[in-house]
Design a protein around this ligand. Structure first.
Ligand SMILES: *Cc1c(COP(=O)(O)O)cnc(C)c1O
Length: 425
């Protein structure tokens, strides 16, 4: 192990955790297995910084994997949440905060008339797929290799290693029936997708895609490709689902769909929409959302859905994001990061706004699909991660995760990361 950055207090906690929690963590990437290390235990955070239980401070480039666009402990979110907690933190009844958040989103996003809040991105996707099936009366769903849509059974499917069109579960415990109904296409590849539609013209309920895939590194897609997906869906009367759990409200208020003008039938959100609390959402036009219970017959529910505290954090966060200067500032810092890293030998960076992905080993052209990622990038990331950590920069603990900037980050923070990487390469 190369975990020279992990102090004794974190190590002791991790040993305890391994006894009572599978792999010591509640979500696999937190275990640092991808970077052969022992995870830090975080004690507190503020702005762009996190502090571990050994009293060490780091510039955080992981930012809870996306929700914290204003950094840790944003004072406006904090103030509103403290006031909300005084009013009560769960009613299991109608309340106005979720209504305000719903109205704010629906009025700002042109392809959406109604929204339902859930508790995670996974739940949002699970519900969106059920909704697409309810609306179309069809059962099959197309997803793309290299997109992540949470851990609902139907989405834990990858392309099989054998014949073209074969697919297999990417997790134990996913039944065969589910693998039959999920079809897998390739990013940046019109042909396979068209073949799937030709083969199953009347069976496909929906195509789900991350319009800017950001869970297998950052894999920007050609706009024509997204346009092609959208047109095929229209031709075959399948619904288009944009999973914007990570990109929603990050690249602009209307997400990637807003930036490209390619609108989905159903959109899923998460991460930023809860301001750092557990929230997900799915939204669509009225004629689609009318199928959702109790308005319609597609069942969907949640004891803690639209939790007032989480809705408050989301509402404050989204109101702050309506000030467009926020995105301009994030855009500028992202471009600064790219410029700083671009010329470094043996390192490539793919970046969009405040999302970035570091590829040690470099590359000759834009990478748009996972099978084009050079194996060396993965191998070298471990070293890069630990060297950055030793100099006070906390990168995502996996070569497949994107880095995140927030409005709390500064050019000095970026310079620190750059210098730590320079000393390594
Ligand atoms: C994070 C993510 C999910 C899953 O969200 P959870 O809240 O972790 O369940 C789904 N889709 C995308 C695109 C994501 O980035």
């Amino acid at each position: 192990m190369v975990d020279h950055g992990t102090g004794p207090a974190s190590r002791a906690l991790f040993e305890r955790a391994l006894r009572v929690i599978p792999g010591g963590v509640h979500s696999p990437v937190r275990s640092w297995r991808d970077v052969s290390g022992t995870p830090l235990f975080i004690e507190s955070s503020r702005g762009a910084m996190i502090s571990d239980v050994d009293g060490r401070d780091y510039v955080d480039f992981c930012m809870s994997f996306g929700p914290l666009i204003f950094g840790h402990g944003d004072p406006d979110v904090r103030r509103a949440c403290v006031a909300a907690i005084d009013r009560g933190w769960s009613f299991g009844a109608a309340e106005a905060t979720s209504l305000e958040l719903a109205e704010l989103i629906v009025s700002a996003i042109p392809w959406v008339d109604a929204i339902r809040f859930v508790n995670s991105g996974t739940e949002a996707v699970m519900s969106a797929i059920r909704l697409a099936r309810a609306v179309t009366g069809r059962s099959r769903v197309v997803k793309f290799d290299g997109c992540y849509h949470g851990h609902t059974d139907a989405m834990l499917i990858r392309a099989g290693s054998g014949l073209a069109g074969q697919r297999e579960a990417s997790s134990a415990g996913v039944p065969d029936g589910v693998t039959t109904d999920t079809l897998v296409a390739h990013l940046d590849d019109e042909e396979t997708l068209e073949q799937l539609f030709t083969k199953h013209p009347d069976d496909i309920a929906a195509v789900i895609v991350e319009p800017l895939p950001a869970n297998y590194g950052l894999l920007p897609q050609r706009e024509q490709f997204l346009q092609f997906i959208s047109e095929l869906c229209r031709t075959y009367r399948a619904l288009l689902i944009f999973d914007e759990v990570i990109t929603g409200f990050r690249l602009g208020f209307a997400g990637y769909a807003g930036a490209t003008g390619i609108y989905p039938d159903i959109v899923t959100w998460g991460k930023i929409i809860g301001g750092g609390f557990p929230v997900g959402a799915f939204a669509a036009r009225h004629e689609i959302m009318e199928h959702v219970a109790p308005a319609g017959s597609m069942y969907q529910a949640g004891t803690l859905s639209a939790n007032p505290l989480a809705m408050t954090a989301g509402l404050v966060t989204l109101r702050k994001l309506q000030n467009e200067t926020v995105y301009a500032a994030l855009e500028e810092l992202g471009a600064y990061l790219r410029d700083q890293f671009d010329g470094i030998d043996g390192l490539a960076v793919q970046q969009q706004g405040s999302l970035f992905w570091l590829l040690p080993g470099g590359m000759s052209q834009v990478i748009r699909r996972p099978d084009r990622i050079p194996a060396i990038a993965r191998e070298r990331y471990t070293e890069l991660f630990h060297d950055a950590l030793a100099r006070g920069a906390y990168l995502p603990p996996s070569p497949h995760e994107c880095g995140f900037l927030s409005t709390a980050h500064t050019r000095e923070n970026v310079n620190l990361l750059r210098d730590s990487l320079l000393s390594d390469l």
